[in-house]
Design a binder for this molecule. Structure first.
Ligand SMILES: NC(=O)C1=CN([C@@H]2O[C@H](COP(=O)(O)OP(=O)(O)OC[C@H]3O[C@@H](n4cnc5c(N)ncnc54)[C@H](OP(=O)(O)O)[C@@H]3O)[C@@H](O)[C@H]2O)C=CC1
Ligand SMILES: CC(=O)[C@@H](O)[C@H](O)COP(=O)(O)O
Ligand SMILES: [Mn+2]
Length: 385
């Protein structure tokens, strides 16, 4: 039996993970569930999965969580310190699916156990690449990529000679504005930007897909996971989201992973790894698609890709600064304070202002994350004025 913790259990990835845990039955047992604010969903999951402890990040919601779990034998806790403590409780497998840099310290706590961490929280690896990779090495932990593209690359590399990899090719759906004009994008509403053409996901990653910052973050994530320089990571727009990414070998062979746009497939791959588990995810009917299309990304309408590549080349805190500024700008866009194209403008201004200072440890990551948020808030207010 495998013991698991699910960080971000009430979100899109979290709920898919819970669904798979239910499908796995007695093979999997849940110890820790961590949610942000959705106390009703957290309590329901904790009771039905008979978790050991349910932790809510929003401390104000703890009394309600205690009330909902009263008499069940499931422990209740709340607040940031409790999230980090519980995330570090020893299990065989942890799903790290808290959104944004808020997931960094809980994920690091899980890594320090030296077991397996399935990583969905790409922002953690983007903002703290070296710190996280060092923690993985020091703890002898195993990191499995959940993100559909990185999971595809991981599968396409399995049992093959990684020293014969020429490059990897990440696919991008192009998001809801793939063929929109700049004028349309300038006036885009949050509702339009949240409407992803192929995937159902949380709000932050949906906006990131619309700006293509998601693909920018994924280029950085891939550089960290697969130890590749940015010139060996290509991006191709593939609107059907059927081919999840590809690996190109030195002999010219391209190996791809395909599947329906259902995150339960890569999550199941990580949950059962190195074996496979059965899922009831929809099977892909290629004849139904008839044709799959590919096109080059447009870096004029989607400057996020250029900014992410710049961050990788600059090194230091540049990626952390990009990611934190993007988080602030996405929140401001969702709150109606700035326009859609302002997101990339704010990020670029913050990158220009803060540069690429050294970032050797967790304190430095947290420092530059906070500085970038401060600078992004200032630029956001200026754009809103
Ligand atoms: N959704 C997808 O298909 C994919 C997602 N990812 C990545 O996975 C991560 C999660 O994405 P997704 O599931 O879509 O996001 P959601 O917004 O749907 O879920 C986020 C989860 O994190 C919790 N949370 C938010 N803030 C905190 C906090 N400060 N402390 C503890 N928990 C918190 C939320 O709790 P609550 O809801 O209770 O407030 C929720 O459980 C992101 O990093 C994303 O980029 C990667 C590939 C695909
Ligand atoms: C499901 C997943 O992994 C997302 O990151 C997805 O790839 C987003 O789609 P885009 O390709 O539009 O960014
Ligand atoms: Mn992805």
């Amino acid at each position: 039996m495998k013991t698991v913790n699910i960080l971000g259990c009430t979100g899109s990835i979290g709920c898919s993970t819970v669904d798979l845990v239910r499908q796995a039955g007695a093979d999997v047992s849940v110890r820790v569930l961590v949610g942000g604010r959705n106390v009703a969903a957290l309590a329901e999951q904790a009771l039905s999965l008979r978790a050991e402890i349910a932790v809510i990040a929003d401390e104000g919601a703890l009394p309600e969580l205690r009330e909902r779990l009263a008499g069940s034998g499931v422990e209740a806790a709340g607040g940031r310190a409790a999230v980090i403590e519980a995330s570090g409780r020893e299990v065989d497998w942890t799903m790290a699916a808290i959104t944004g840099a808020a997931g960094l310290e809980p994920t690091l706590a899980a890594i320090r156990n030296g077991k397996t961490v399935a990583l969905a929280n790409k922002e953690a690896l983007v903002c703290a690449g070296d710190v996280m990779l060092r923690a993985i090495r020091d703890a002898d932990a195993t990191l499995l990529p959940v993100d559909s593209e990185h999971n595809a690359v991981f599968q396409a590399m399995a049992d093959r000679q990684t020293d014969q990899v020429e490059k990897i090719i990440l696919t991008a759906s192009g998001g809801p504005f793939r063929s929109a004009t700049l004028e349309t994008m300038e006036a885009a509403t949050a509702a339009q930007a949240l409407k992803h053409p192929t995937w159902t996901m949380g709000a932050k990653i949906s906006i990131d897909s619309a700006t293509m910052f998601n693909k920018g973050l994924e280029v950085i994530e891939a550089a960290r996971i697969f130890d590749l320089t940015e010139d060996r990571i290509d991006v191709v727009v593939h609107p059907q989201s059927v081919v999840h990414s590809l690996v190109q070998y030195t002999d010219g062979s391209l190996i791809a992973q395909l599947g329906s746009a259902d995150m339960r497939i890569p999550i199941a791959h990580c949950l059962a790894w190195p074996r496979r588990m059965a899922t009831n995810s929809p099977r892909l009917d290629l004849a139904e698609y008839g044709s799959l299309t590919f096109e080059a990304p447009d870096e004029i309408r989607f400057p996020a890709l250029r900014l992410a590549r710049r961050a990788l080349r600059e090194g230091g805190a540049s990626s952390a600064i990009l990611s934190a500024a993007n988080e602030v700008a996405v929140e401001a866009f969702l709150a109606g304070q700035i326009g859609f194209l302002d997101i990339a403008r704010v990020v670029e201004k913050v990158m220009d202002a803060l540069g690429a200072p050294p970032i050797d440890d967790l304190n430095a990551v947290l420092h530059w994350d906070a500085e970038a948020r401060r600078a992004a808030s200032t630029h956001t207010i200026q754009r809103a004025a």
